[in-house]
Design a protein around this ligand. Structure first.
Ligand code: PGA
Length: 245
């Protein structure tokens, strides 16, 4: 399975800046791994036009948990599909924190995404860095068991789980490798209780080209979710090229 590198632009880029970065990315003819860029909603049309001939796939950063028309300000999974999205980030820690998204809402989004042929990138992770005790296991078990509830076993192969410890996002240093590997093995253990399918698990939180190679060579880490370092062409492509061929 080739590694997956997802750029999460968050709430960044004017339309001019978005166009410049997307044009540069679209010019690159080949990548050693699968690349997805998750742009703000307002840039999806532009991104879809500029990327459709490239190898880069398009993703959104969120979607509505319902399909009815009566959700002012929201964007449905069908709209995302219509714009050529193949992926959607669901349950990012910033949405859990600032928009009070709970696991039940997140589960609805995961199910809707899958039903509409979009691959959900389900973000899970602890808020605080407390390596001892049962805190981490309890958090992950709750997020995964509710977040992935009602999924059929074969649907899990279209689901990506992003392990993102909130304490390592937007900081100077990513989480230590042993912590990431131990937690990913915990995640795989919880997922195995739900299904025999091996889910793709990627890591996110202060990843850049200076620390990505070590992660990408680990067989148990299927890829990366990259925030700040995906906003600059050179930084993002250097991160991508750190992937072992
Ligand atoms: P960061 O963001 O790489 O800037 O820490 C990652 C994320 O929040 O997905």
């Amino acid at each position: 399975m080739s590694k997956l590198i997802v750029g999460n632009w968050k709430m960044n880029k004017s339309s001019k800046e978005a166009q410049e970065l997307l044009e540069e990315l679209a010019k690159k003819s080949s990548f050693c791994c699968d690349i997805v860029v998750c742009v703000p909603y307002v840039h999806l049309g532009l991104a879809s036009r500029l990327l459709h001939k490239s190898q880069i796939k398009l993703g959104a950063q969120n979607c509505c948990h319902e399909t009815s028309h009566k959700f002012t300000g929201e964007i449905s999974v069908r709209m995302l599909k219509d714009f050529g999205c193949e992926y959607v980030i669901v349950g990012h820690s910033e949405r859990r924190k600032h928009f009070a998204e709970d696991d039940l809402i997140i589960n609805k989004k995961v199910l809707l995404a899958l039903k509409n042929d979009l691959k959900p990138i389900l973000c899970v992770g602890e808020e605080l860095h407390e390596p001892d005790g049962s805190y981490l296991k309890d958090v992950l078990e709750t997020q995964l068991k509710i977040g992935l509830a009602k999924l059929e076993a074969n649907q899990l192969k279209n689901c990506i789980i992003a392990y993102e410890p909130a304490w390592a996002i937007n900081t100077k240093e990513r989480a230590p490798l042993d912590h990431i590997l131990n937690t990913i093995s915990l995640i795989r253990g919880v997922v195995r209780e739900l299904t025999a399918v091996r889910a793709a698990v990627i890591y996110g939180g202060s990843v850049d080209f200076t620390n990505s190679a070590e992660l990408l060579k680990q067989p148990d880490i299927d890829g990366l979710l990259v925030g700040r370092a995906s906003l600059d062409f050179s930084e993002f492509t250097k991160t991508i090229h750190s992937c072992p061929h």
